[in-house]
Write a protein that binds this ligand. Structure first.
Ligand SMILES: Nc1ncnc2c1ncn2[C@@H]1O[C@H](COP(=O)(O)OP(=O)(O)OP(=O)(O)O)[C@@H](O)[C@H]1O
Length: 343
């Protein structure tokens, strides 16, 4: 096991030059901490997959070192290493002649778990990714939609509860609505299990939605910026990052920023005492929640025609009103906080 505070994945001055002379990654230093979800994002061909695949030795670095829980992966047998590290790819590669339950149980079975424990773990994981095990466990992969297969891929990778999970475009085969849903579910599972994750995507929205920290790569595996989502959107470090995160930065910030007490205006007089005092226009179904996402706040203000919308605290009582000005203030607040952190 790693010492407390020691990164679970550590890349030190890593370089990969393929046989044809392509330098996919050069002088890369990158640490992923325990329980962290690190996203690698960047344009096609910038070396994201190469970086990921050096962690489980599907690609061997030309120079530099890769450590997993403090151990140089060069000193670990690749097969043993890959049993310790989950791996999910876009085209999930399920075994076609094995049932869904057997697919999910692959690694536990290889690790010598007894049949019953493997079966139980399979069922538990299928339920966790939103596939009822009684319905889906007996099916074969071809009897599932692409999105369902991708869920099975995620369940299979998590089945042996690997401390480290590598994911390469894991939700790429799912339609946009299903993808958002699967991202949200995966995020919850990752928080629950505390798995340390390195995830590759070319989708900046996926990156800011999932990543605790986001590493933006440019060609040649060059690290342009390593930051949390808000900092990345509010304060892109280079022109490349600014172009990559695009003109939708403010909208993306709405998707990850939260509503704060300071963004609110006082309640109209006489309405702060308790639920009984709440007028019909403050009914909870029309209200926002404190610490809710700013994109919900934006939607509520759009629906109200720009009229201030009530905001409820955790006890369900109104704590203030959010106006359009308040929402813009919230955006400035998170942008300003990111800039202050960076200063
Ligand atoms: N086996 C290989 N032999 C030679 N060059 C390779 C090999 N694999 C990848 N490359 C090259 O290395 C560079 C980085 O590739 P890599 O797959 O790591 O990028 P990526 O950022 O994951 O791209 P994408 O988002 O398109 O999957 C590219 O120029 C690619 O063409």
């Amino acid at each position: 096991m790693a010492d407390p505070g020691e990164p679970v994945i550590r890349l030190q001055a890593v370089r990969k030059e393929y046989a044809n002379g392509t330098v996919a990654v050069d002088s890369l230093d990158l640490d992923v901490h325990e329980h962290e979800l690190m996203v690698l994002v960047g344009p096609s061909g910038c070396g994201k997959s190469t970086t990921l695949r050096m962690v489980n030795r599907l690609v061997e670095p030309t120079s530099g070192r890769v450590l997993v829980t403090g151990e140089d992966v060069q000193s670990i047998d690749p097969v043993a290493l890959r049993r310790r590290i989950g791996y999910v790819i876009q085209h999930v590669g399920l075994f076609p002649h094995r049932t869904v339950a057997q697919n999910v149980g692959t690694v536990p079975a290889l690790l010598g778990w007894d049949a019953r424990r493997t079966r139980e773990r399979s069922a538990e994981l299928l339920d966790l990714v939103g596939l009822d095990h009684a319905t889906y466990g007996k099916r074969y992969p071809h009897q599932l939609s692409g999105g369902e297969q991708q869920r099975v891929g995620v369940a299979r990778a998590l089945a042996a509860d690997p401390p480290v999970l590598l994911m390469d475009e894991p939700f790429g085969a799912v339609d946009p609505a299903g993808r958002r849903h699967l991202q949200a579910e995966f995020w919850k599972i990752q928080r629950e299990l505390g798995t340390t994750v390195m995830l590759v995507t070319h989708d900046i929205d996926e990156a800011v939605r999932l990543g605790d920290r986001i590493a933006v790569f440019s060609q040649g595996g060059h690290l342009e910026q390593l930051a949390d989502a808000v900092t990345l959107l509010a304060r892109p470090a280079t022109d490349m990052v600014r172009d990559f995160v695009g003109t939708g930065r403010a909208v993306r910030l709405l998707g990850i920023g939260e509503l704060d007490e300071g963004d609110l205006e006082p309640l109209p007089r006489g309405r702060a005492e308790g639920p009984d005092d709440v007028a019909p226009d403050l009914a909870p179904r029309d209200a926002l929640e404190l610490h809710g996402r700013l994109d919900d706040a934006f939607a509520a203000l759009a629906a109200s025609g720009g009229e201030p919308v009530p905001v409820l605290g955790s006890d369900g009582r109104p704590v203030g009103m959010l106006s359009v000005t308040g929402l813009l203030g919230a955006l400035h607040r998170i942008t300003g906080a990111a800039e202050a952190d960076a200063a």
